[in-house]
Write a protein that binds this ligand. Structure first.
Ligand SMILES: [Zn+2]
Length: 256
């Protein structure tokens, strides 16, 4: 069990929990937002990897939006409260994200068709992208409030300014999901109460592109090993690693 999961299990035992059902199929980034983030991430990849993926773009983009059509779990990890409602039950998002990322990695390792593998990889990136939208790290907002803000998060306006910070190797997919939500939750109150939509959208878009690029490369890196990842796809050594931000997670849950 990763550190973040252990911490969350511990904290979930302390926090009062009330079971809430989650059935809001319209919640999430817009489908266009998901596609555009994926395209921005593709543009940052090493050229050999980008060239290998480009012929299968429609499968990747199909996977990127699929989780919004066939929603099996919440796409949120609720860390910050925005209203008076009790904290919802533990989200299935981290487990589903890990399942998809691990499946994609295994398909690549076993040499399955790139088409099939990239669809699953696309599904995994959906979760990394959603969790970067700060209202996916919250609970207590109404559906109308969620949709009203999300509709104003026009990512296209913000594309120019994003910075690619290099390949960050994801050590543990579950912990990575918690880490994304932890980071984005820090902007939830500014987004929700102060309606700092443009500023927060720029941060969310930038981080979602970086996380998507790191996820794509991490899966290839883990499946093929460093040498083949470099030889076949030009993936160079990671600039850093991520997936175990336990101290930040605990701090944020305590403040929630
Ligand atoms: Zn979603």
């Amino acid at each position: 069990m990763c550190e973040a999961t252990r911490a969350s299990v511990l904290l979930l035992g302390i926090l009062p929990l009330v079971q809430l059902s989650w059935s809001h199929p319209s919640w999430g980034l817009t489908l266009d937002g998901h596609r555009l983030i994926a395209m921005d991430a593709l543009a940052t990849l090493p050229p050999p990897m980008r060239e290998a993926l480009t012929p299968h773009l429609s499968m990747l983009l199909g996977g990127v939006v699929e989780p919004d059509f066939n929603r099996v779990v919440s796409h949120k990890i609720q860390i910050i409260s925005l209203g008076g409602t009790p904290q919802p039950a533990k989200s299935g998002a981290p487990d589903e994200f890990k399942r998809l990322a691990t499946s994609a990695q295994e398909m690549l390792r076993l040499g399955r068709a790139l088409d099939e593998m990239l669809f699953v990889l696309g599904q995994a990136t959906h979760f990394a992208q959603d969790l970067n939208q700060p209202l996916h790290a919250t609970w207590g907002e109404t559906r109308a409030e969620h949709n009203e803000i999300e509709a104003q998060m026009l990512y296209r306006d913000c594309q120019k300014d994003h910075r690619y910070r290099g390949f960050i190797l994801i050590k543990n997919y579950t912990c990575f999901a918690f880490e994304i939500a932890q980071n984005s939750s820090q902007h939830a109150r500014a987004l929700f109460f102060d309606r700092e939509i443009k500023r927060v959208t720029e941060i969310a878009w930038d981080q979602a592109v970086n996380d998507t690029a790191s996820l794509l490369q991490s899966i290839f890196w883990h499946a093929l090993g460093p040498e083949r990842a470099w030889q076949l796809h030009g993936i160079s050594a990671p600039v850093s690693e991520t997936g175990h931000e336990v101290a930040l997670l605990i701090g944020s849950l305590r403040n929630a």
